[in-house]
Design a protein around this ligand. Structure first.
Ligand SMILES: NC(=O)c1ccc[n+]([C@@H]2O[C@H](COP(=O)([O-])OP(=O)(O)OC[C@H]3O[C@@H](n4cnc5c(N)ncnc54)[C@H](OP(=O)(O)O)[C@@H]3O)[C@@H](O)[C@H]2O)c1
Length: 259
């Protein structure tokens, strides 16, 4: 059972202590109980945010109100065999693992499927959650409240989850690649890398704030920056086709379609 004090005091258990587990724990900024195949990794995470590293996944379930699956998708069955009987509430971040697979692995638990992104670490994440209240609206609401501490939460039908994953789940890597490509282009023109990185990072932050404050009206922003016949227009013309083609190819790749 979840404790009766609400999401902020739920005891959080993390199975796996890798990149996403660390980012989630840092974002929440409170103690966790965590495990990993290599105990040292779990110990490093517990040292970072407080709480305890435990030697078994079962101990994570026993010492937590909510168990978050932060291992790799391929480990679903092995981990469930250890903890399913003791995990009242299970939240999965496993890419590509469906509600049906989760319910089969955790038949007696309340199961919630989410897709966060790495920006949970700075509480600016975009988090998808499948619109299935696990038969317990109160628990579902508490999970949403916990996630809202880390950023924006979108409750969507599972049929759209793969596309959400391909946009917001992987998004920080795409935008990091965009930043890297812009830095490389600037360095090739003789600008030092540190200055180029500062300019690109600052521009990304300001542009995303602007986009959201303008209700995501990307066309209007392009129009306002690109005066007719000016330099932006030339740059946009060079970027438009390759960028759109690239994102379509990336969507196909993430969704497992080959072209
Ligand atoms: N990275 C992202 O941006 C992102 C975004 C959204 C969702 N996800 C999902 O998050 C999950 C984790 O991704 P990640 O990038 O954090 O991977 P990762 O850094 O490789 O972390 C995986 C963790 O799982 C642990 N682990 C492996 N087998 C285990 C077992 N049997 N019991 C307990 N722990 C076990 C690993 O321990 P050892 O290192 O000791 O083997 C490691 O701590 C994946 O399912 C992925 O789909 C990732």
């Amino acid at each position: 059972m979840l404790n009766r004090y609400g999401s902020s005091t739920m005891r959080i258990g993390l199975i796996g202590s890798g990149n996403m587990a660390r980012a989630l724990a840092v974002g929440w900024g409170r103690p966790v109980t965590c495990s990993a195949l290599e105990l040292e990794q779990a110990e490093a995470l517990a040292a970072l945010v407080g709480g305890s590293a435990v030697t078994t996944n079962l101990a994570v379930a026993e010492q937590s109100d909510i168990v978050i699956l932060c291992h790799k998708p391929a480990q679903l069955a092995d981990v469930a065999a250890e903890v399913a009987e003791n995990a009242a509430v299970v939240v999965s971040i496993l890419a590509g693992v469906t509600m049906g697979q989760l319910r089969e692995a955790y038949p007696n638990s309340k199961v919630v499927r989410i897709m966060p992104n790495l920006a949970v670490e700075v509480r600016q994440a975009t988090i998808g959650i499948v619109d299935d209240d696990c038969g317990d609206p109160e628990t579902f609401a508490k999970v949403i409240a916990l996630l809202e501490e880390l950023g924006d939460v979108a409750v969507i039908d599972e049929s759209h989850f793969a596309v959400l994953t391909a946009i917001s789940g992987v998004g920080p890597a795409y935008l990091a690649l965009v930043a890297e490509a812009q830095v490389d282009a600037a360095v090739a023109e003789g600008l030092d890398a540190a200055t180029a990185k500062m300019l690109v990072g600052s521009t990304l932050r300001g542009s995303s704030e602007l986009l959201i404050s303008r209700s995501n009206d990307s066309e209007q922003i392009c129009r306002e920056v690109a005066t007719p016949g000016g330099v932006t227009e030339k740059g946009l013309a060079a970027l438009d086709r390759p960028l759109r083609d690239g994102f379509i190819a990336a969507m196909d790749a993430v969704l497992g379609r080959s072209k």
